[in-house]
Design a protein. Structure first.
Length: 175
């Protein structure tokens, strides 16, 4: 059996490879050897290379990093503003639902609303305000859900029985 390394080379040119036709199905079952070649130490090569000189016509890396940082901060601020608008809209919607549910429960309107307000000393642009608003909205949502559950309990079991009239005649009931 010929050497597999010799199959891929032309005998006249010892350092060059040639394209071989695709192997036949039977030849795939034959054993083969994989050679691993070591490469030079890249870190050692990079240490000896002189640092690249900055071209004054190109912007420095510090400016590019500053622009990237500013861009990231801007995207973060935009996301925070979007989240703030979403949470405020949800908070207002839940306040309306709470007022409606309180009306159904015959509770004085606005009774619990002060519990779900955000500290007025916090600045609306701050991350602390957003976090406080999210906590207040979550608590408000839980309160609205509890009130709705109470309304369901009251209305499901609130059965009024009609008092029968003085006649004792049998009545027909549709089923």
């Amino acid at each position: 059996m010929p050497d597999t390394a010799a199959l891929g080379r032309k005998p006249s040119l010892p350092g060059q490879w040639v394209d071989l036709p695709p192997p036949l199905a039977g030849s795939l079952k034959e054993p083969f050897e994989i050679k691993v070649y070591e490469i030079d130490d890249v870190e050692r090569l990079q240490r000896h290379r002189p640092p690249p000189r900055e071209d004054p016509a190109e912007p420095s890396q510090d400016v590019e990093k500053g622009l990237a940082c500013t861009s990231a901060k801007l995207r973060l601020a935009e996301r925070r503003q979007q989240r703030l608008r979403e949470v405020q809209a949800k908070h207002e919607h839940l306040c309306g639902e709470l007022a409606e549910t309180q009306g159904r429960l015959m509770v004085e309107p606005g009774r619990w609303l002060e519990q779900f307000e955000v500290d007025p000393e916090l600045e609306p642009e701050s991350p602390e305000y957003l976090a406080a608003l999210e906590r207040a909205t979550a608590a408000l949502e839980q309160c609205v859900n509890l009130c709705k559950a109470h309304v369901m309990m009251v209305t499901c079991f609130d059965i009024s029985v009609a008092v029968p009239t003085a006649t004792s005649a049998p009545q027909e009931v549709d089923v």
